[in-house]
Design a binder for this molecule. Structure first.
Ligand code: GLY
Length: 439
């Protein structure tokens, strides 16, 4: 076994905090560097360096950091960095890099390419149509509502931090959402899709792939809207559970229809996918449909899935890079995990009034049994924690089942507050499985 390795992680959220934990659990890893990171990532942790001098949309800035620290391995974990070709640039400069190339990451960063790929590979997906023109989209949607009113999604082609799919239940709303497409940053909605809306129960699955073979982790389910009862605006995710019981009878079908077809399909099309494949799916009247694929771990789903891994994460990543994943088994515990995301009041809209406010109680919550806290938008000044972002931290609890894990998670978050009553979190994370169990 090699020891004394250094790993650099590219990203800045609670997901990267979890990934950092996973690498540090390996006896082979001596040092972790996270860029651009956040203050929480190396707070009271040995051998973690946070270097904020990079920008996730600027691969050259990431290369500069890599050249300085010369890590043995770089894990590009964040979507903007993947979409902007960071993996390709680092590889061209001689680094060992885990993550999909820019072309492979199109499965997330170009929703039109992804849907066409699904069509070619016969992966079940909703009906969709591509637009780069507002007037023709409005004409199309008007016709749709005349013929068959229902739910439609207007979906930006580019990356929008999980907020790019706008639900429409009326023609007026659909037109308004089409007009909103041009307001997304970085012209992410200049091109967009109009998709039929699916009604059912969503889930997600994660697979690691070396481009030829793959291994599957436990399932998860996130709660995406900002408020309880799945109401309010879409966010990056307000909480998650793993496993998600809805997937139990469907696991083989999910693997066959929605994971295997991607890995084999991308390899056969000459764009092998090496990295973490995120499947966002939905069960509609017992049938599987795809919502989306992403080219990385979900956030907050990573917080509930990756800690279950008992296999050395570094070994797994190295097996991928050496194209011998088919020789490796992965082992996971059988606990249930619940994650509650603590956000600034006002998120995902204007949360400026929370910026710079003290966050109290994180340390007390971290002491509790079965609890881990992973940090995102947190500044640390003189050992004190302050809000600096929309999603601030993830409280993750483990238990023998969802009832125990959920009870622990809510007991822990009860210790935490933000000066001026500025903490927002959902109080119903995992409600579907709680109902399922109690029924
Ligand atoms: N939680 C959704 C995502 O990571 O895209």
């Amino acid at each position: 076994m090699v020891r004394g390795l250094s790993v650099m992680i590219v990203g800045n959220g609670a997901r990267e905090d979890v990934i950092s934990h996973a690498y540090r659990n390996s006896p082979q890893v001596e040092r972790v560097i996270v860029t651009p990171g956040n203050d929480f990532l190396n707070w009271r942790k040995k051998n973690v360096i946070v270097d904020k001098r990079s920008s996730l949309k600027d691969p050259i800035s990431i290369l500069r950091i890599a050249e300085e620290y010369k890590p043995d391995l770089i894990d590009v974990a964040q979507d903007d960095a993947l979409a902007s070709g960071t993996v390709d640039l680092l590889q061209q400069n001689g680094f060992q890099v885990f993550g999909p190339t820019k072309l492979a990451a199109r499965i997330e960063s170009d929703k039109n390419w992804a849907r066409q790929f699904m069509q070619r590979q016969e992966i079940p997906h909703p009906k969709f149509r591509y637009f780069d023109n507002e007037a023709s989209a409005i004409e199309y949607v008007t016709r749709l509502y005349q013929e068959n009113p229902g739910i439609f999604y207007i979906k930006a082609i580019g990356l929008c931090a999980g907020k790019g799919a706008l639900k429409s239940t009326t023609l007026e709303q659909a037109i308004q959402n089409i007009r909103l497409m041009k307001t997304f940053p970085d012209r992410a909605g200049r091109r967009f899709l109009i998709e039929e809306g699916l009604v059912g129960e969503e889930f997600s699955y994660y697979a690691i792939s070396d481009g030829l073979s793959y291994r599957i982790f436990k399932s998860a389910q996130d709660n995406k809207t900002v408020n309880n009862f799945d109401e309010g605006e879409q966010t990056g995710g307000m909480g998650a559970i793993s496993p998600a019981l809805i997937t139990n009878p469907l696991k083989d079908e999910i693997e066959k229809q929605m994971i295997s077809k991607v890995i084999l399909g991308m390899a056969s099309e000459g764009v092998p996918f090496t990295g973490i494949l995120y499947l966002g799916g939905i069960v509609v009247n017992g049938k599987l449909m795809n919502i989306e694929y992403n080219a990385r771990w979900g956030d907050p789903e990573c917080q509930v899935v990756l800690p279950s891994l008992k296999t050395d994460y570094l070994d797994l990543i190295q097996a991928c890079l050496e194209k011998r994943l088919n020789q490796v088994k992965i082992s996971q515990d059988n606990k249930t995990r619940v994650c509650i995301v603590g956000a600034s009041r006002g998120y995902p809209q204007d949360y400026s009034q929370a910026r710079g406010k003290r966050i109290y109680g994180l340390e007390q919550a971290m002491q509790l049994e079965g609890i881990n806290i992973f940090g995102a938008g947190i500044d640390i000044i003189d050992g004190k924690t302050y809000a600096n972002g929309g999603r601030l931290f993830s409280v993750v609890a483990e238990g023998k089942d969802i009832l125990e894990a959920r009870q622990r998670a809510y007991s822990a978050i009860a210790y935490i507050s933000i000066e001026g009553n500025n903490l927002h979190y959902r109080t119903d994370i995992g409600w579907r499985d709680v109902e399922r169990i109690l029924k």
